[in-house]
Design a protein. Sequence first.
Lengths: 257, 221
Amino acid sequence: MPFLDFANPSRFLAFARRALPWLSGASLIAFALAIYLATAVPFALYEQSQTILIMFIHVPAAWLGMMGWALMSVSALGTLVWRHPLADVAAKATAPVGAAFTFICFTTGWLWGRASWAGGGNLPLEYMILDARLSSVLMLLIFYLVVIALVRAIDEPSRAARVAAIFTLVGVLILPIIKFSVDWQQGKYTLHQRESLIRADGPQLDMPILITLLVAALAFTLLFFTLHLAAMRNEILRRRVRSMRLMQARELAEASA
Amino acid sequence: MNALLALIKRDMRLAVRVGGGTGIGLLFFLIIVVLTTFAIGPDPKLLARIGPAILWLGALLASLLTLDRLLTSDAEDGSLDLIMMADMPLEIAVAAKASAHWLTTGLPLVIATPFLGLLLNVNPSATLAVAFALLVGTPAFTFIGLIGAALTVSLRRGGLLLSVLVLPLAVPVLIFGMAASGTAIGEANFGTAFTILCALALMSLVVGPFAAAAALRAGLD
């Protein structure tokens, strides 16, 4: 992908203006298809439970939460190593979207687990056991919130970007922990099921579930990039407003001096 | 009255912005609760038993953390001198600042309490009791902390000293707050403990501004 072509903010804004309608349209179509597939096929027969439908929200949200942090790490490298002008804008735009998806993953995972771990959902509302998967996803959510707080705490954008980039790169270690946490403490501290999709011996899911899951994942991914592109555009415009305000203040100071 | 409202509005706007305390306070509260959950391990009964205590300690520490910026940021850029030289009595001014601080930092902590109670496996009636007690306890923390903030305003490394000053003064609030929160698990009488908690909060609302104003006058001359 020609990253250097988009180093110019104006060219990026032009690209964003052209690409956003297509992206949002594509996500709408993908969502419609995913909803149709999820409701038309009787999955309850496969799993004897209606709660299987939560999976089509929970798993894509998990993937996208982790992908968000990976994207932020690449942007962090762009800021620190390659000094790409829009890398910090990309990182700042990804953080809230990734945090939202991680939050969705955590809450749907907790609700789904509450419904199925005690075989029937007779548990009280506040039932919560933080096993390895839930804990590491919660840590990812906190990492996201910390990076957002870090960027908001520093006024000057480029300094904030460098500081956040270092934290992002340090925090990338949480991703393999999340992925493999389910295998480490299997049985003792883990209630989450083992990996079914990305395994050494191929996917273990049935075809209809797998197809619906992939369509749902595609829909959520398109949504992610739509929001991401729009957030980057907003951040560029926000910085322009800030520079214009600074220029105006300087002119006023010089005029009255 | 206009000046008072203007001061409150200014402080509230600053607090929710870039260097403000709202987000950080909430994030710190969340982190403390999550850390204690990890430290204690996956033991739902134990967590439900000590959940209210963890919520109170988290709210106290999160309030302490954000008290630092109550007066020092104004002292650094000179606005504190302007406030001290103005017509408005200094007691009223610091009371206004503390009220704005509670509205933007303490109140979000209270609102977040039920959600964090979910993480700690606390049952809903206990969480509600904790939230109500915190609604009265967090203003007490803020106004007691105002005294500490005023005493340490001119110090550069005043952070930990501020905490050490404020924590002993906040202990009665914590004790009666826990007594009020523990009732759902069958301890003291909620009414009695809550009334005493309200009395402590009202006392701090009066003593705090006067002590803080005296401290500012003594310390910044």
